[in-house]
Ligand binder design. Sequence first.
Ligand code: GLA
Length: 375
Amino acid sequence: MSGAAERLPGGPFDVVWASPGRVNLIGEHTDYNDGYVLPFALPHRTVVGARRLDGPQWTVTSEQTGETVTFGPDERIEGWAAYVAAIVWVLREAGHDVPGAALTIASDVPWGAGLSSSAALECAAMAALLDLAGQAGLPMALRPRLAQRAENEYVGAPTGIMDQSASTLCRAGHALFLDCRSLATEQVPFDLAEQGLAILVVDSKAPHAHVSGEYAARRRTCEEAAKILDVAALRDVDEAGLPAALARLDDEVMRKRVRHVVTEDQRVLDTVEALRAGDARAIGPLMTASHASMRDDYEITVPQVDTVVEAALAAGAHGSRMTGGGFGGCVLSLVDADRCDAVEAAVRGAFADAGFAPPDAFVVTPAEGTEKLSR
Ligand code: GLA
């Protein structure tokens, strides 16, 4: 069991479920364009213990703050507990008879670092509440859409379906290749240790807020571009069709956004090909190209994350890119397993030189998605 499960206070619980945070290996801002993504689950997870209560009322207690929030069936609340209230709301909307419950939460997923702490909370709360409702058999494949709707319509963040899919469906040792239009999935083996490689995650500690207008603005521009190009979504433009598509767009900013999305979809496909062929080293240049595209065309990076990427590459990383919504958050670097410490030291040095607050760094291997714990 993870640290969070051991720290879960209170109990006994009727059920305990855990859902992980995620990093996205490649495929950024493609999900809401009906495109492709390739996330994997972190060993960091959020654990929810739940006990049935009489009456339609829910209480949520955080191990971290000791705070307890109470809400009724039709109440709109804000703050961290809103992610749980959003799940109660969406399950009731979908016709599930969600019993009143006392939920206790412990988490190892850093909040606000771009590692999908909110999706981890949503997915674990959903699993616990469905189980209490006698609906533990609701297929995992149907859950991300519900959790995304909770985030879009209750919390009010216009996100795509990647984070909730990753937190629900990822498998240990694999990356999740997801077609965000058909929702078809493939578990792509991603065992780097076999090839003497590792993924180093650096949390830039730059403030990260994708609920901000910037995320919504990017999404709007993509939707407008799809309309002008007369396609259902930018996924329908491929690299061969890109020059003609760009020629039809007058606005330079829109052209850049479209170029990012179309080339990023192709990079996901190329990454999956390389992994299927067992050549993880080949994904390095794709990661670095993805970062350049996010920096120059999608314009969602900040100096801290660019500094991590530059320092990691200079110290010998095979590839490096920001992961997640952007404007801060974390950077993934593909490194030789025996170079992790050297790359981390180089990044720390570059941060000190630039006067940035010290980053966090850790090595990750792909972990399991949502699962029931016995406790
Ligand atoms: C955030 C959103 C996701 C996705 C990424 C960018 O994490 O929640 O839906 O759009 O940004 O790839």
